[in-house]
Design a protein around this ligand. Structure first.
Ligand code: ATP
Ligand code: MG
Length: 256
């Protein structure tokens, strides 16, 4: 594996990629999971690789909502298990949520490996190895779930989920909280609370908020409004970038 010097300006991003590649070689991350990561990275670039103020509010409201749920469940896939295993477990502990491994590219081997990563990282119970229920409207392998988990949940947190499956969970009447860097994805558009942030940043913020014992910054959360603000932020950032160059016609002159 190539050595990445810590001085490299994209050190963190490159290390994350290496972690996912390793995870793929070990059969934890699906091959298509690497491509999904690339789509996420592109959007992270556009939002500036940081938590936007609107996303932080969504994270606070989501954390509180999970904590107040009757039966909250956190759905975990290979990418999430590699990127933020400790955070998943800590958030589950703080909210009383159950953890269920639920995969788009389901194989029993991959489920088993993800369960063991989470157990090694400290999880006491991880559901998903013995699916005994079905999410209606999804083809056989993709619809499998656990009756003690997703099937009986009232509120489900779905980091990095596919749009079809997010929509199917909505149709089942579940309250859905997504974590997805793409504010345009079908997942973000289907969810009740759409957290547009990188998964490990989002989970860390949710944990920190719950530990602070504070109340969310707002009372009435309007998901469409917050999603719209994120899209605005991206659009404004891009327009500003090119407007500067256009004003002089010389990119060099427009440097601050
Ligand atoms: P959809 O099916 O919802 O329309 P999609 O087909 O573009 O979206 P999927 O591959 O189904 O995407 O789901 C993966 C999603 O996870 C992508 O939208 C991507 O933006 C997002 N994603 C990837 N890596 C991360 C990450 N580290 N943190 C947050 N989101 C991520
Ligand atoms: Mg998809």
């Amino acid at each position: 594996m190539t050595e990445i010097p810590p001085s490299h300006p994209r050190y963190r991003s490159l290390m994350t990629r290496e972690g996912l590649v390793k995870g793929m070689k070990k059969g934890i991350v699906a091959e298509a999971g690497l491509i999904a990561h690339g789509r996420g990275e592109a959007f992270d670039y556009l939002i500036g690789e940081r938590t936007l103020p609107g996303a932080l509010i969504a994270e606070q409201v989501a954390a509180q909502t999970l904590k107040n749920a009757r039966h909250p469940v956190i759905s975990v896939n290979g990418n999430t298990a590699v990127l933020a295993p400790k955070e998943i477990i800590e958030l589950a502990g703080l909210t009383g949520a159950r953890i269920e491994v639920n995969l788009f590219h389901r194989t029993e081997e991959r489920v088993g490996r993800i369960v063991s990563i989470l157990k090694k990282a400290g999880a006491k119970e991880v559901l998903g190895e013995v699916p005994d229920a079905r999410i209606p409207g999804l083809a056989h392998e993709r619809g499998k779930c656990s009756s003690k988990g997703i099937w009986s949940a009232d509120i489900i947190l779905i980091p990095l989920e596919d749009g079809d499956r997010a929509q199917a969970l909505k149709k089942m009447g579940r309250f859905v909280i997504s974590i997805d860097l793409n504010p345009l994805s079908r997942t973000s558009r289907a969810a009740d609370i759409s957290i547009v942030d990188e998964v490990s940043r989002a989970l860390k913020n949710m944990i920190e908020f719950l530990k602070s014992g504070k109340e969310p910054g707002i009372k009435d959360f309007d998901n469409r409004l917050y999603l719209g603000r994120i899209v605005d932020h991206i659009a404004q950032g891009l327009m500003g970038l090119y407007a500067k160059e256009e004003s002089t016609g010389n990119p060099e002159e427009s440097k601050e």
